[in-house]
Design a binder for this molecule. Sequence first.
Ligand code: GLC
Length: 537
Amino acid sequence: MLAPKWLENSVIYEIYPQSFYDTNGDGIGDLQGIIAKLDYVKSLGCDVLWLNPCFESPFQDGGYDISDFYKVAPRYGTNEDLWELFDKAHKKGMKVVLDLVAGHTSIEHPFFKESCKSTPNEYSNYYVWSDDWILRNPDPRYRYINGYAPRNGNYLTNFFYCQPALNYGFSEPEYPWEKRPEHPDCLKVREMMLDVMKFYLNHGCDGFRVDMASSLIKGKNNYPDIKKLWEYYRNEVKKINPDAVLISEWSNPPQAIGAGFDVDFMIHIGRTGYVRTFRNELKRIPGTYLATDTPSFFDKNSSGNSKNLNDDILVNLSETKGKGYIAIPTGNHDMGRIRQYRDFDDMKNVFAYIFTVPGVPVIYYGDEIGMDYVYGLESKEGGYWRTGARTPMQWSNSRNGGFSSGNEADLYLPIDKLNLAENNVETQEKDENSLLNFTRKLIEIRKSNSALGNLGEYHEVFASDSECPHLFLRSSDTQKVLCGFNPSLRNVVKELPNNFELRSDFKELLVNNAELVITKDKITVTMKPNSFFIIEV
Ligand code: GLC
């Protein structure tokens, strides 16, 4: 395996810093808050933190618009707090991964401000500026912002208008302002970002989750150039810390891992992939993209369609084998909450799935206590509909959900009061059947059974276009584990294939309303509505 050894057994926990834990009473989460909660994260069985960007920013896109790559945003603390977090996490055997927003800066970044000037200067080509025909978007494939600066021309943006694209070059230049990646101006940008990586690695950071990793180099047929860029970065990163990890927001594991990443999120993949498999709300919330009339597999009205996801997993695993990992997260800061339209039983079913599939599992903060999506919030810092999935972590059923001692009016976002009594850490700690303790149990089972580990093999046993259950086998050299899921409201009975080998002393690792029925000539899986099983066979 090319990826670092420690990934074989790790589980990632994503923290949106502004919403995790506030220690200075200003209503916004901070780095000292993350330090204070390290033991909690560790108690889940998670050993890697991924922090969303925590750097100086005007926060027009939740911090994905950086104005100083080298400085922690004062609202989160100081650089020294970040070094302290690295140190304390390491002492507890944990890793800290930062978000590298490599593709763009904020419009407030001093380089961009220089680049806006009409007099040519060192930074003029740090960003992509079209010619001086300022009222046109030169090409519908790109979004150029018109009329922003004294400089004659339009700048290319990656996301919002306030996130101008850094100029890493174009694979097949088509316009006079497009330069090849090896142009000295583009190489300057490349080195500038490498310097940022080195700065944090040298202070003890364990790697990066790279924002929009596939899009740094633009233009037609850009994969070979992007691959070259990431191979270069990977090589440099590993020189400083051979154990550092590179995780991509790419949603194409074969490409991402082929380009040098160790882990890629499997989110918007294939014909159905993550989004259509878990996101119940897509067919229910008007205006969300990818709206579909077919219920997702993990839905009470399940379409029974596990085939697409199963096929996606098989293809992505086979193409990345021995090189890197897929990662199927419980959620992230860009989607609705997985809890939406689900009760705790549904959550247990879908979590049982997420924590038994291969790859590196990722928990989005609060999903482990079933935090819900909060409707009706005004967009906060460029969150728009994502805002409802970014509300403060609920630590207890007390004032401000135990998130902050500050004034309620100052909270980054309101606490989800409607669901606070049930969805909080303190209450769920005391209940052995809570989702929190269930999540801990699942992770423990995953970590103590090699077949279920991040590297364990995955084999389809039953996946259909229209029929529950979904069954798969995980295996290692020493163990086999059969996993089954019936999220629907129907009882299902499924005969295992004739050649299925079952030990007579098979062992139930975790079972909910399901059983294996063995008769002389066949083995049958019998599953009640909303059930699952994880059985060592
Ligand atoms: C990524 C981030 C998202 C951000 C965007 C622009 O998709 O996850 O939150 O808005 O990139 O940086």
